[in-house]
Design a protein around this ligand. Structure first.
Ligand SMILES: C[S@@+](CC[C@H](N)C(=O)[O-])C[C@H]1O[C@@H](n2cnc3c(N)ncnc32)[C@H](O)[C@@H]1O
Length: 288
């Protein structure tokens, strides 16, 4: 997978040479390049921002610098004055992102706190892409016409938030998304089984059960007996019940999204004991 990242702090991404990400690059599975947005500026101060139109605090990233950079990285020829004036107000359905992340075509991703939440489902989909291009925002963010323009040119443009909080810049958010995406690529993990049963993964996603290692008793705290029983059926059931109980407590929205038809008898029994009704299409908390 080819990954281009545009940032005013490209050095931040030196961390990508460490650990599994570094190994994946050495194996040729990933090719990561961080570019300095200021390389596409023409003024003596290499400025990438300007004051907000309409007033307000802070600065906004300028569209002209971003477009010179993105045109080059996307392999677009420089737009003529006529193309520059393209109406991006209503891209219409034809310009809607293709949710299947077409292989070969770059997917352009802007981290943005006021965008839909990035989830494991997005990570799974994007792990099949051939080329990802990330644009890191700074200051009050980037001019809103940038994603609109590239969408109107038929580029698959995504804007994602990594959580309900505001960071100083997109660099941390890009690292988070990249790690979630690349670890799902075939060949990335030394032990591919380790990503099969994880939190948020697959249909009927739950939070994972708790994990323990040896010793069986540590500082007076014992691991649950059943995990030492050697009875795989019982261990699987215990873990599944724990996953259901933890999810019901911490993320009831994930339980409410389950398909009741896909639950087995033991799952239903556990959920009913936890106060959920399981006879409709999706579980419903009885207290609601
Ligand atoms: C200080 S933030 C801009 C915040 C923006 N004015 C707002 O209130 O929504 C600067 C940049 O950091 C990145 N960023 C900050 N928080 C983020 C989050 N939760 N998820 C993704 N990106 C984030 C984005 O790239 C954003 O353009």
């Amino acid at each position: 997978m080819k990954i281009d990242i545009v940032s005013v702090f490209p050095e931040y991404f030196e961390v990508m040479n460490l650990s599994l990400m570094g190994k994946a690059q050495a194996k040729g599975l990933l090719e990561i390049k961080a570019h300095n947005l200021r390389d596409w500026t023409h003024d003596v101060h290499h400025s990438v921002d300007d004051t907000p139109v309409g007033g307000g605090a802070g600065m906004v990233m300028k569209p002209e610098v971003w477009s010179e950079c993105l045109d080059e990285l996307l392999g677009f020829s420089q737009p003529s004055a006529a193309t520059d004036a393209v109406d991006t107000s209503d891209p219409g359905d034809s310009a809607a992102p293709d949710s299947s992340a077409p292989s070969g075509a770059p997917v352009l991703i802007f981290p943005n706190p006021s965008a839909p939440l990035f989830t494991q489902r997005d990570a799974t989909e994007l792990s099949h892409a051939d080329h990802l291009l990330f644009g890191c925002g700074r200051y009050e963010g980037y001019d809103a016409r940038i994603p609109d323009y590239y969408r109107a040119q038929g580029v698959d443009v995504r804007e994602y938030s990594i959580g309900d909080y505001v960071l100083n810049g997109g660099e941390v958010a890009v690292s988070v998304m990249l790690e979630a995406i690349t670890r799902l690529m075939p060949g990335f993990m030394g032990n591919p089984d380790s990503i099969v049963e994880e939190s948020y993964t697959g249909e009927g996603a739950l939070l994972e059960h708790r994990q323990y290692t040896k010793p069986a008793v540590w500082r007076g705290i014992a691991v649950p007996d059943v995990l030492l029983s050697g009875d795989h059926g019982k261990v699987d059931r215990f873990r599944r019940d724990e996953a259901l109980a933890r999810t019901a407590e911490i993320r009831p929205d994930l339980i409410a999204a389950l398909d009741c038809k896909a639950l087995d008898k033991a799952d239903r029994k556990t959920l009913m004991a936890l106060g959920w009704e399981v006879s409709a299409a999706h579980p419903r908390r009885l207290a609601d």
